[in-house]
Write a protein that binds this ligand. Structure first.
Ligand SMILES: *[C@@H]1O[C@H](CO)[C@@H](O)[C@H](O)[C@H]1NC(C)=O
Ligand SMILES: *[C@@H]1O[C@H](CO)[C@@H](O)[C@H](O)[C@H]1NC(C)=O
Ligand SMILES: *[C@@H]1O[C@H](CO)[C@@H](O)[C@H](O)[C@H]1NC(C)=O
Ligand SMILES: *[C@@H]1O[C@H](CO)[C@@H](O)[C@H](O)[C@H]1NC(C)=O
Ligand SMILES: *[C@@H]1O[C@H](CO)[C@@H](O)[C@H](O)[C@H]1NC(C)=O
Ligand SMILES: *[C@@H]1O[C@H](CO)[C@@H](O)[C@H](O)[C@H]1NC(C)=O
Ligand SMILES: *[C@@H]1O[C@H](CO)[C@@H](O)[C@H](O)[C@H]1NC(C)=O
Length: 476
């Protein structure tokens, strides 16, 4: 009886199973691009349950750090802009507003135990994207997109520290987190790029001055070489003398788009000396794109980990940001189109060729170099394929990022994100602050030791994590 039912079920399943649904893409057809993007975006949204009971709005499900959710909202804002598909707009708006935190600066209390300036920065980039794409404005009593981007910019600029390495922003925001002793290119690159974008959007030169300062520091430190290679970061233990020279797609990309904005901003303001300088930097960075392109193809890949299949979940999403940043670069520095667009075309086609996995038959894989689904799946894989493919819409007359005077309608607040002080994060520490920080560290250690003894060994990890969330530096 059982086996007979089983056979019937199998038979039924084989009859209703759809033919492999593999996405097709004609890169020269607007309809085909939009339809491919819709399928990938729907796969991406399979990871989102934030509007269902028991889940937290704004956060994607799965083993992903908080920052990647912010990055995903940035992808979806461009998705709705490029394709006109507004079915996810309420989810985007509600999710992004839920995560702003008490100070409206994307440093929510829940994330204190691992908040990097880059983590906060990716949410800030999504808010900037919302302002530049004229995305639906939140209700008047809620924080506005431009104000949020300014708040994140201010909050990162606030922890610029000359106490060590002659400047630069550290990776982690809080002194008690692993990574506080590292100054990295992505945190500083986001500060530069937000600076360029805010300068162009608002016309306020202060942001442009910051972009210049960040570039100088990256060069002086050797994180950007004379050949324009962008290295990952440097340890504060030896005053940034030891550099981690690994190269990632998103590090180059974040500076590339930042330089493109600065080039556009300075040129359009008649500052030809500065425009020449920024163009030289932009050209230099684009000259290193070959590092991230597989030999004899125009296909983007992640040289540091892709071929050895060693990319972690964070790294699996990095190509998404290079894609987005190439698109922005073309939009604000149109002379780069001939160099960058063929890379987008070849990479999008290669990405789509991997989107034949999973039970739905349209799940995208990670590596785009094999021409087939590689068994890998996740938020980063979907995001990267979506970002690369939707950039093709640039060729179909997509509007360039708006500014305050060309169609953007978001309201700003130049003082956002300054509610805290640098001492809250111990960015630039005075002797008094240092003594305070020591006292706090000692207190935290004591409490952790006591809690460990109290909870027993089994509870240690969880206890430490909860304590970190509970003891916020600014509460002490
Ligand atoms: C959550 O959003 C998705 C996509 O818009 C929708 O299909 C689903 O019904 C929503 N769930 C709830 C509980 O609102
Ligand atoms: C913070 O975490 C709690 C518990 O997990 C959750 O209920 C709350 O919604 C979270 N808040 C934010 C802003 O994520
Ligand atoms: C041109 O831009 C540079 C770098 O941003 C700045 O230092 C300089 O003051 C600007 N010059 C003018 C005339 O605005
Ligand atoms: C600045 O951006 C606008 C909008 O994309 C573009 O029309 C203009 O040509 C750009 N300026 C330069 C110097 O590329
Ligand atoms: C931007 O949004 C505002 C408010 O919805 C609207 O009035 C304006 O027309 C939009 N701008 C563009 C360029 O679509
Ligand atoms: C643009 O900026 C001007 C000057 O700062 C301001 O008066 C105006 O309200 C802004 N426009 C928008 C749409 O925010
Ligand atoms: C320009 O931006 C700076 C930095 O956030 C801010 O202090 C200043 O008030 C802004 N100026 C104007 C006119 O908005």
């Amino acid at each position: 009886m059982r086996s007979f039912t089983g056979i019937l079920l199998l038979l039924a399943a084989s009859l209703v199973r759809p033919a492999k649904a593999q996405i097709t893409l004609d890169t020269s057809s607007e309809d085909s691009i939009i339809s491919a993007c819709a399928t990938i975006a729907s796969g991406l949204m399979n990871y989102y349950h934030g509007n269902e009971s028991g889940y937290t709005p704004g956060i994607f499900s799965g083993d992903y750090y908080w920052w990647e959710s912010g990055a995903a909202w940035g992808s979806l804002i461009d998705y709705q802009f490029y394709t006109g598909d507004d079915q996810y707009n309420d989810l985007i708006l509600n999710g992004m507003i839920f995560q702003v935190g008490d100070n409206w600066d994307y440093a929510p209390a829940n994330q204190t135990s691992s908040l990097g300036n880059d983590d906060q920065g990716f949410w800030g980039l999504a808010a900037m994207q919302a302002a530049e794409r004229n995305f639906t404005n939140p209700a008047d009593d809620k924080p506005q997109w431009l104000a949020l981007a300014q708040a994140v910019f201010n909050s990162i600029a606030l922890v610029w520290g000359t106490d060590v390495c002659d400047g630069g922003v550290r990776w982690q925001k809080f002194v008690f987190n692993n990574g506080y002793d590292y100054k990295n290119s992505i945190s500083n690159g986001i500060l530069l790029q937000l600076g360029g974008r805010l300068a162009r959007y608002t016309g306020n030169d202060t942001y442009a001055d910051w972009a210049e300062k960040v570039w100088q520091w990256e060069e002086d430190t050797g994180l950007i070489t004379s050949d324009y290679f962008v290295y990952d970061g440097a340890s504060t233990d030896d005053d940034c003398a030891t550099i981690d020279s690994i190269q990632w797609t998103y590090n180059m990309g974040v500076f590339m788009a930042g330089c493109a904005y600065m080039y556009n901003y300075t040129y359009e303001n008649g500052n030809s000396t500065a425009a020449d300088t920024w163009k030289t930097r932009l050209d230099g960075l684009i000259g290193t794109l070959h590092v991230f392109i597989s030999d004899s193809t125009d296909i983007v890949y992640e040289p540091a980990c892709e071929v050895s299949a060693a990319c972690d979940v964070d790294q699996q999403s990095f190509k998404a940001y290079l894609a987005r940043f190439m698109g922005l670069t073309i939009q604000v520095a149109p002379y780069t189109y001939d160099t960058l667009f063929p890379v987008i075309q070849a990479s999008a086609a290669a990405a789509i060729a991997t989107c034949s996995g999973g039970t739905d038959g349209v799940t995208c894989g990670y590596t785009w170099l094999t021409g087939a689904y590689d068994g890998s799946y996740g938020l980063g894989e979907q995001m990267a394929a979506l970002e690369m493919t939707q950039q093709l819409m640039i060729a179909y007359g997509a509007d360039v990022p708006y500014t305050n005077s060309t169609g953007g309608s978001s309201t700003g607040d130049a003082s956002g994100g300054t509610k805290g002080t640098s001492a809250d994060y111990t960015g630039d520490m005075t002797t008094k602050d240092k003594a305070g920080a020591w006292a706090i560290t000692v207190v935290i250690c004591l409490v952790v030791v006591l809690a460990t003894v109290w909870c027993g060994m089994e509870g240690t990890m969880e206890g430490t994590k909860n304590l970190k969330e509970w003891i916020r530096l600014d509460d002490l």
